[in-house]
Each structure stands twice: as C-alpha cells, then as structure tokens.
Design a binder for this molecule. Sequence first.
Ligand SMILES: [Ca+2]
Length: 355
Amino acid sequence: MGGWLLIGLSAASLAPLHKDAIQLAQADVTTPTYGPATMDPWYGYKLRLATLARQQGVSAATVQAYVPNLTKNERIIELERTEPIARTSGGVVGALAPYLRSHVTGSLIRRGQDNYADHYDALRSLESRYGVDSAVLVAIWGLETSYGTVTGSTDLLQALASLGYYGRRRDFFENEFVATLKLIDQGVPRWRLKGSWAGATGYPQFMPSVVLRLRADGDGDGYSDIWANEMDGLASIAAYLRDAGWKPNVAWGIRVRTPANLNRAAIANRTTAPRCPQVYRRHSRWLTMREWRALGVTPLSRSLPDNEMASLIEPDGPDATAYLATANYRAILDYNCSNFYAISVGVLADAIARR
Ligand SMILES: [Ca+2]
C-alpha cells in the first residue's frame, strides 16, 4: 500500500479500494477503525477520499496534488465533537431581544446602509435579474461575513477531510470534500478555498457543493469570484434565494400585534417539516393576510397583500414580539435554518433599506 499508486488507475481497478471504503463508511464514530489494522488509519482514510474523488470525476492530477499530503486537524475534530446538534433558536424561548441586540448591532446596520448606497445601481440590476430584495442580499452578506471582512481562514480540504474522518456527518463532509476538489479542477486556486471550520466559504459562506451549483457572476466579467468580488458574492446569494423559492416583491415578514384572545391551539401547525423540524415547529399554520386580520392579528407598520400567505411566529412566546412570515422567510431559513437568523436578516434588511 506504499505510495499513491491509484493515480491514473481505471475505475475497475479502483473497485478493491472501494470495498475498503464501504468498510470504512460503516466504522463506528466513537471507536474509529479505518482500513486494515496494519494501515495507518489517516492514510487509509485519504485513500478512501482519493477513491471517492476519482469515482466522481475529479482529475487524477488534482487528487495527486492535493490529497496525499493532507494532515488531520484535531482542533476541528474537537469542534465537531462538541458541536451541539441544535444550537439555534429551535425550542429557545425568551431570547430574541438580546439576540437581536448582539447580532444586529448599530455598526452592522450603518455599514449595511453604506454598502447599500455604494452599490445601489448594481444592486438594482441584481434585483431585476433575480427578483430578490437587494437589502436582504446585503443583510445576509453582513450577517455571514460582516460585509466580507470575516470569511474564515481554515483550509477547506484539511477541514472537510478531518470532519469526514471523524465521521458524525461523514457522507455530508465527504461530498463537500469532493466538491472542493472539483472547484480546484475548475480553476479556483487552493489558497482561495478557505472558510469556516465546518466548510462554509466566501462572501456568501456557501458550502463547496453550493458554490459549484450556484455561484454567479454579478459584475459581468464572465467569472464568479465569491471570495473577492462583492457583486459576485451578492449575485450568488441572490441565485441561492431564487433557487430556494423567493417570490419577487413580497416582504420577508412584518411585525404584528396579536389580540388577547388569539386561540393559538386553533392556528397550530399540525404538519412536521421534513427539514429542520425543530425550527418549523415554532411556526403557526399558513393563513392569508385577510384571514389573519379576521382573527385580529394586525400589522404594526406596513402590511402584506390580502391574499399573501403567512405564518405567525412568536419567538418569545405569546404576547411578545410577533411576526407574520411569508414564503420568503422560508427561503432565508433555507440559507440558514434558524428562526433567530432569519428574523435577524429581515430586521437588518429593513433597517438597511429604511435610510
Ligand atoms: Ca465576476
């Protein structure tokens, strides 16, 4: 097993390695054993990654250049080991106001307004191209990376390989590892491929597979550089939201007042969302704005069209801050599945557009 002899091998000759790979995939996270006992487990795991990458069409040259020398990052494995499964707003009551104070700061609002003004014409053209509210694009850029100043400095290949090796979310991270190699095949330099410890990269903080699928050219130079070109980053966020079902010219949501006698059992959502159900559990069922008015739920400032569907969200429980959230709120949840995150995006976007 010495050396990296698999480079240039045909798919058929990779088959025996693939058998090892299946065995590796079934390894228990808590007692990791990779490959034959005589093989260094990390080396064995890199063979598995190289095999997967070649099977999924990554060039032999890229695999040869970037996989054999990878080292394992124990610090990242420790972050993954101690990562709470649900650290977001699902189930948390009574914490929206302090969350908004610490996340949607005066500085973030002010810099968002400046960026919105600086890029105003380009943002208008993105809005007509994608149909997505440009203030929301700026707000996501601000919350994800503080307007491009904090994009992460972790080497993606090392991080994703280490996370796959640890194995709690192996399929997910291995897919992202292969996607990162495909970006290199597309010409993205390795030094660009840095991000958060969990693999989010660039101005939009996309996972590599999302970069492959949705990165867009916002400034019209024919290339999408989501790591250094602001308009490319914003266009890519717009492409994501459009893909997630954004409806043009509809607000993400509105603040509302609820009546004292609102029967919450009657409006409870009885379906279970397939994706992040603990977040959707906090939404009421869908009603039209007209139906909400009939129940005494009234807008505090702007309203929604009578026929627009929305669900009621009361992050701090009854008789506190309440929102009617539209389909566009769900598109934001698709970006990052946390009610507090989506509300922060909406509140920041409203403040950015208000100036
Ligand atoms: Ca570009």
